[in-house]
Design a protein around this ligand. Structure first.
Ligand code: G3P
Ligand code: MG
Length: 246
């Protein structure tokens, strides 16, 4: 099996995370998919940003939930990374879906509702995906178990992943009970027994965030379904060499 290479927040080692330049780069590098994070503005527009606040990755301040989309759209989301990216703006989910629509890329949209449980985030994102006919190549993931439960009615038509960094016995059955049909885990949780359990349950297992060759090697040898990486170019190159030597 080929482990898919998913660009984590785009090719985020080389361009500002969750922005068009990072996504473009991942596409040019021939990543298999893109992972991105979604939060909701004050006026309920889903936008792509990792943190609850705009402080770290823009020239603005404050919580996304307290800013309107218009207020967010004028922020500079590139300069913090490098002056080469000055003028880069935050994308709405809709702008991202327009961009990815006709490109052969998987989507992993992470609902960032584990700290702020945005009302109706699940259905807002789902309806956008339906509109762009992207359900069949998208996985929605979240660290929030209640959100996974809310996504359960949708899990026939879309991938729903429980995301976790916490050790737990019976993790696979726990995720399944919540209504997930995939498991996204932090690398430290990865072991052979867990992967085998996922395979028995026909649950794809994907691992974050894998930027170094030894951890890539472990994921590839265990036949994980995908890795999330900030360096898709390195991962693709390594996967290619790995295939030829194993
Ligand atoms: O979806 C995998 C990974 O992105 C989860 O953690 O904090 O990088 O969004 P984080
Ligand atoms: Mg994420």
């Amino acid at each position: 099996m080929n482990t898919n290479i998913i660009a984590h927040r785009g090719a985020s080692k080389y361009a500002p995370e969750n922005t068009l330049p990072a996504f473009e780069l991942a596409y040019q590098m021939k990543a298999n998919g893109i992972e991105t994070d979604v939060q909701l503005t004050k006026d309920n527009i889903p936008i792509l940003i990792h943190d609850e606040k705009v402080n770290r990755t823009t020239n603005g301040t404050g919580y996304v939930k307290d800013l309107t989309y218009r207020e967010i759209k004028v922020l500079d989301a590139g300069s913090w990374f490098s002056s080469d990216f000055t003028g880069t703006t935050i994308l709405s989910l809709e702008e991202f879906l327009e961009w990815i629509r006709f490109k052969p890329l998987y989507l992993n949209i992470e609902l960032k509702n584990n700290k702020i449980d945005y009302k109706h985030l699940e259905s807002i994102v789902y309806e956008n995906l339906m509109k762009y006919q992207l359900l069949d190549r998208t996985t929605l993931s979240t660290f929030n178990p209640s959100s996974v439960e809310r996504l359960k009615p949708m899990n026939q038509s879309i991938g729903v992943a429980f995301l976790t960094s916490k050790k737990k016995s019976n993790l696979v059955s726990h995720a399944k009970k919540l209504g997930a049909n995939a498991l996204h885990i932090k690398y430290k949780l990865l072991n052979k027994a867990l992967v085998e359990k996922c395979q028995q349950q026909k649950m794809p297992v994907r691992v974050y965030t894998i930027n170094k060759e030894p951890s890539m090697k472990k994921c590839f040898s265990l036949n994980c379904d995908a890795i999330f990486t900030d360096v898709p170019d390195i991962a693709l190159n390594y996967r290619n060499n790995f295939k030829h030597t194993n």
